[in-house]
Unconditional design. Structure first.
Length: 159
């Protein structure tokens, strides 16, 4: 099942915005992946997510899930959650070729020093999937977004 195989590959976006609030910018010593690689082929998926308004509603539930989950709450308690949600909306919107601009930091900068373990990463992905399911986002559309976020995994989880 593709969706399950991508579980460990999503935390990048969720923790990125939250951690940005908790850390100052630090120079990156290696080239970082684009945190919001636009993919014009995903425009139909953007529509399946309900456009920007759908992404905003999704992030409300996603953040509620993250705060209710003891595995992810510590990463999001000390940050401006409204800012995190706005950054995630823009990041997802750009990736899905919506009419947005992502101005957030790259994943390596945001996650440096946070000691994020694979189990915490997986928990965030589960929380996102619950929110997407609640919003009736088609399974295939979920997988397409998760596949685009997957390469960011390397920059999030502490080796």
């Amino acid at each position: 099942m593709l969706k399950q195989s991508l579980l460990p590959l999503f935390l990048a976006a969720g923790l990125a915005a939250g951690a940005a609030q908790a850390q100052s910018a630090m120079p990156v010593t290696h080239p970082a992946a684009d945190p919001a690689p636009r993919d014009p082929s995903l425009k139909p998926v953007f529509d399946q997510f309900g456009g920007k308004a759908g992404l905003v509603a999704l992030m409300d539930d996603f953040m509620a899930n993250l705060m209710a989950d003891p595995r992810t709450r510590p990463f999001f308690e000390p940050v401006d959650r409204e800012h995190v949600k706005a950054e995630l909306v823009d990041q997802f919107c750009v990736i899905l070729d919506g009419p947005c601009t992502y101005t957030g930091k790259n994943m390596a900068q945001v996650h440096r020093g946070l000691d994020i373990h694979r189990s915490q990463f997986n928990a965030l992905v589960e929380d996102l999937q619950k929110a997407m399911d609640k919003h009736g986002i088609p399974f295939r559309a979920q997988n397409k977004l998760l596949a685009r976020l997957a390469p960011m995994h390397r920059e999030v989880v502490t080796p």
